[in-house]
Design a protein around this ligand. Structure first.
Ligand SMILES: *Cc1c(COP(=O)(O)O)cnc(C)c1O
Length: 357
């Protein structure tokens, strides 16, 4: 299997070997140590600062999106949501479900957020901002510096879903003044799905302490309290947390977050070079290093996905809904190499010879 989807992605041998081990009991000093190390490395890689905290939620990325919305906002807030695709729409739905007053900035497929669009909302009393810095569904990467500046100017609490962008694109939580950053195990962390991660600034922790949440599992106060001793309120996905630990330590040893991001950036660049001349159009105004969204000019995108899967054993990421036949995405995260890019590009060339691209 050669997997170019955007998650779950391929894990390296080290991470997979841990997956084959027995899962240990976790109310132990040994597991606490792993969790404390996980928290420290997440803070380091997110550049969150010493006073930040990290919560590990057993659940996919959406669980952490929901926990965040529930714990940091309430009916007295007024939240601005960037909705440029299915993940932006998810934040809108979460505000609806949890009765958080909001307005959305709706963007057309493939379009970046522009300063003029944002400036309209300046001085309008917004208290919160929700954005998926990389809208993975369309492959659009937003200008986070511009968003950060807008939030700083207006004193707005900034929440960044960086689930598919963390490790793939530069991110400096402290400098950006982002109060919350969310990521997940199955994207560039390249572990199995089942854990998502919420990095919280000191201000975010204070906000959580001041809110009461009508939910047991997603009450972050209790997660923060337990986290002080390297524990979680309930049984977490122990095995995945051990895999995350190995992965974070490997990144640290290899040179840290900058080295990892450069590796992903180089893979993306290599792929984008190699597809030049093939009948594709790149459909995003502004891309993350994590993903290249492609529109095949002559055939259905879904048919290309199916042919690659069935006849070449290669997985790219199909799109759903309206984009099903026009766009598929190629990921550059996970245990992939430039040779793997060549294998995929050769499959494209073969499809072209067969008149299927
Ligand atoms: C993958 C992803 C999520 C999380 O989706 P889950 O299926 O719940 O893990 C959320 N936001 C973005 C931008 C993503 O790429």
């Amino acid at each position: 299997m050669l997997n170019f989807t955007v998650g779950p992605v391929m894990s390296d041998e080290n991470v997979r070997a841990i997956g084959a081990e027995q899962v240990p009991y976790f109310r132990t000093p040994e597991f606490s140590e792993i969790m404390i190390e996980n928290e420290a490395l997440m803070k380091k890689f997110a550049k969150a600062g010493d006073d930040a905290r990290v919560v590990f939620i057993t659940g996919s990325g959406t669980a952490s999106m929901e926990a965040t919305v529930m714990n940091v906002f309430d009916q007295n807030d007024k939240v601005l949501v960037v909705n440029g695709g299915s993940f932006g729409h998810r934040f809108v739905e979460l505000c609806e479900i949890h009765d958080i007053p909001y307005e959305e900035i709706k963007l057309n497929v493939g379009k970046a957020l522009k300063k003029e669009q944002l400036d309209v909302y300046s001085g309008k009393g917004f208290t919160g901002f929700l954005v998926n810095v990389h809208e993975t569904s369309t492959g659009v990467y937003y200008n986070i510096d511009m968003i950060s500046e807008f939030c700083k100017k207006n004193g707005i609490f900034l929440v960044v879903d960086a689930i598919s962008s963390f490790l793939a694109d530069d991110f400096n939580m402290k400098e950006l003044g982002a109060q919350v950053m969310i990521t997940g195990a199955q994207k560039a962390l390249a572990c199995p799905p089942g854990i998502s991660v919420i990095v919280l600034s000191h201000e975010a922790v204070e906000r959580i302490e001041g809110h009461s949440v009508k939910c047991m599992y997603f009450d972050l106060k209790s997660a923060l309290k337990n986290g002080e001793r390297g524990q979680t309120p309930f049984t977490p996905a122990v095995g995945i947390l051990r895999q995350i630990n190995a992965r974070l330590k490997a990144i640290d040893t290899a040179g840290g977050v900058e080295t990892e991001t450069r590796k992903i950036a180089e893979l993306a660049q290599d792929f984008r070079e190699k597809i030049k001349g093939l009948p594709f159009e790149i459909v995003s105004e502004s891309m993350s290093n994590a993903v290249t969204p492609l529109h095949p000019l002559n055939v259905s995108a879904y048919d290309v996905f199916m042919k690659l899967k069935e006849e070449y054993g290669i997985w790219v990421c199909p799109n759903g809904g309206e984009l099903k036949d026009s766009v598929f995405r190629v990921g550059h995260i996970g245990a992939l190499t430039k040779d793997d890019n060549t294998t995929l590009v050769n499959a494209f060339k073969d499809l072209q010879i067969r008149g299927l691209l």
